[in-house]
Write a protein that binds this ligand. Structure first.
Ligand code: SF4
Ligand code: MSK
Length: 657
């Protein structure tokens, strides 16, 4: 019997305590009736280890593992003498290293794909956004005069490769960091050289018997995280934009109702955008459509999930079926004929659930094989081989569907696909694109500040609940919210990514949203696209009036339902960049220890941001709003005069002037 169908022993929590997503709740109920176990129920049966959760254990050598008492952190030390602060800092550093490695490896794959496309080795792909190619070249001091797109792109690839491989100097996108923030980093000695160098050094320094001073370790931890945010992740996003197009707002549908009972349903789940266009070509191939029809289907329906889904939705408007905690339950519909996965956030449990419902579960990346999955490797040089075969496997399964199909009907429409370039354009207009109007609206108080709400869903907390409650509270208090990753999907399902959500805002933000025609919650893309928030924040500093460094901005970040190591790396790069960043669910430190205090207040004293933690979304909102108001006071904005917001007619008059 597959692991997914093992009988359950313990009483299971009621479904309404586990998720606010109707579709997921329905499918979780059905899973239980079908005798299928998902992560929701495995979480109930597997209590988290309280020592590990507080980072009170060390297994960095084989004299241990050593366990401390989280209620008395300084009561004992490890066999080697390592203190609670050393143990926590080393664990934290390795988490950041793992998260950074995930994003930077993804970024290196994008870089190599970009180079191969520039060389003309992959005829299926092109440099789709050459305007962005030229903008990046100018920003990085790459000559463009009299050179072909290919020459510029190859030069850009060589420069950006330093993000990963450089061993001395500063990463290329250090030029994007506001001067005062960069000064803080230089003073602390944390400007990243290259991601490989930083990951190597933190792994070395956290082995037994090396760096045993948490105040020194934190420097390399921050340097590693910054090599992610301003390095690997930023390069991945920028090059993906050139290759696949910079997102522009478009209408898209989210929720399990995007599955179609009478069509062959193919889900793409994971993180890499490289197979999107090939997959689109495959599902639109007349020969494959004819094959699907011959099998009795009305057509082929391509749907995304998790961050791959966001890459497809934000760039191409492909419907999205749900976030991380819905990836198993979506299979319970019986409607999914194939699920193709690449890397990151792919639960191994999917293989067993797929087996129960006959879904073809297909891994496509050489880095990620899963026992029980069919592996069809995606080779960028021959992309259609893999994507055509995925569609063929899906058609095969459609023809032999053995389980009833039950699709929760709900579909939520919204506007997605915002980029930092588009925020610039939509607020400043076509000819005078600028962040000045955003800053003006912050200065005049219509918008109190900006918040990034990002990250995963986690079965240790009710799915989507904190994302939605927190965000409603923020927009009600006139805070513009930027979202990415699984958070974006949670907001979309709650209707917050629709311009209609303006009625939930405070009067100032509502006025701005209605004047510009935007939702109060702007979806930026996958979790790797959090770098767009850093770029937008840097533009706000450059536009003037909101201080000299990122730490001066009336802004805050939050990952209320995080679960991934990547989220800790993201949190640390936001904190080191100057942002107050609140996490929910759990935090891997022991309260009242020196390392905890360093993260939660000491870094702020050094000119950076700081961490915060709360379990309740209303408390998270309170902390973030309080911080935003503190920053407004420091900028003197509590004394600022009201300015008049231009309506569309006045804006147009300005544009033709
Ligand atoms: Fe224990 Fe020290 Fe070894 Fe960690 S490094 S397992 S604290 S002896
Ligand atoms: S997929 S890292 S669960 S956002 Fe990017 Fe979602 Fe978090 Fe994975």
């Amino acid at each position: 019997m597959a692991e997914a169908t093992k009988p359950k022993e313990a009483a299971l929590p009621p479904v309404q305590d586990l998720t606010i997503c109707d579709s997921t709740a329905k499918m979780l109920t059905k899973a239980r009736q079908d005798g299928v176990v998902t992560a929701f129920d495995r979480a109930a049966a597997m209590k988290p280890c309280p020592i590990g959760a507080d980072s009170a254990c060390c297994k960095h050598c084989f004299m241990g593992p050593c366990r401390l008492n989280p209620n008395d952190p300084y009561g004992k030390v490890g066999v080697c003498g390592a203190t609670a602060d050393t143990i926590q800092a080393r664990n934290f550093g390795r988490t950041v290293a793992a998260g950074t490695a995930a994003h930077t490896d993804h970024g290196m794959v994008m870089l190599e794909l970009f180079r191969q496309v520039a060389l003309g080795h992959i005829p299926e792909y092109s440099l789709m956004d050459t305007e962005k190619l030229y903008d990046l070249a100018a920003e990085l001091n790459i000559a463009t005069e009299g050179r072909s797109d290919q020459e510029i792109a190859l030069n850009l690839a060589d420069v950006l490769e330093r993000t990963y491989t450089q061993i001395e100097g500063e990463i290329p996108f250090a030029v994007r960091v506001p001067e005062k923030t960069l000064e803080t980093w230089r003073k602390a000695g944390i400007v990243p050289r290259g991601a490989m160098r930083e990951i190597m050094e933190i792994m070395h320094r956290t082995t037994m018997g090396v760096d045993q001073d948490h105040t020194n370790l934190i420097k390399q931890i921050s340097r590693t995280a910054l090599a992610d945010g301003w390095g690997g992740s930023m390069v991945a996003t920028e090059l993906s934009d050139i290759l696949f197009g910079t997102p522009k707002p478009l209408q898209a549908e989210v929720n399990m109702g995007v599955l179609k009972e009478r069509q062959v349903n193919v889900i793409v789940h994971g993180h890499e955008p490289n197979l999107i266009d090939s997959m689109l070509a495959s599902v639109n191939d007349p020969a494959l459509i004819a094959k699907a029809k011959a099998a009795g289907a009305e057509g082929i329906n391509l749907v995304g999930m998790c961050c791959s889904g966001l890459e497809m939705m934000n760039r191409r408007g492909i419907p999205h079926a749900g976030n991380f905690m819905s990836t198993e339950t979506v299979l319970v519909t019986g409607a999914v004929d194939a699920m193709a996965v690449d890397v990151q956030c792919i639960k191994q449990g999917l293989a067993a659930v797929a087996e129960c419902y006959g879904t073809r579960f297909i891994t496509t990346n050489p880095r990620c094989h899963i026992e029980g999955a069919l592996h069809i490797e995606f080779d960028e040089h021959d992309p259609r081989f893999c994507t055509d075969l995925i569609v063929e496997k899906a058609i095969e399964r459609f023809a032999s569907r053995k389980v009833p199909v039950v699709i929760p009907p709900r579909v939520d429409a919204g506007v997605h696909g915002f980029s930092h370039e588009y925020i610039n354009y939509m607020l400043g207009g076509t000819f005078r694109g600028s962040y000045v109007p955003l800053n003006d609206n912050i200065i005049n108080g219509r918008i109190r500040g900006v918040a990034g709400v990002v990250g995963c869903t986690n079965p240790r907390t009710k799915q989507d609940f904190s994302h939605v409650e927190l965000t409603k509270e923020l927009i009600k208090n006139d805070v513009l919210v930027l979202v990415s990753g699984c958070a974006q999907v949670a907001m979309a399902k709650a209707g917050l990514c629709s311009p209609d959500a303006a009625h939930l805002c405070g009067p100032g933000l509502r006025e701005v949203c209605e004047a510009v025609g935007i939702p109060p919650v702007l979806g930026l893309g996958a979790c790797v696209d959090n770098s767009r928030i850093l770029t937008a924040a840097s533009e706000m500093v450059r536009a003037g009036g909101l201080g000299q460094s990122l730490a001066d901005l009336p802004a805050a970040g939050c990952a209320p339902e995080f679960m991934s190591e990547k989220a800790i790396a993201i949190g640390q790069y936001f904190v080191a960049s100057g942002v107050f960043t609140v996490f929910g669910v759990t935090f891997p430190t022991m309260a009242k220890t020196k390392f905890h205090e360093l993260l939660f207040s000491g870094l702020e004293e050094q000119g950076m941001g700081k961490w915060g933690f709360a379990k309740d979304p209303h408390e998270m909102a309170r902390m973030m709003l309080e911080h935003i108001e503190k920053k407004r006071r420091a900028l003197g904005l509590d004394k600022g005069k009201e300015r008049v917001l231009m309506d569309m007619a006045e804006r147009r008059a300005l544009e033709v002037a």
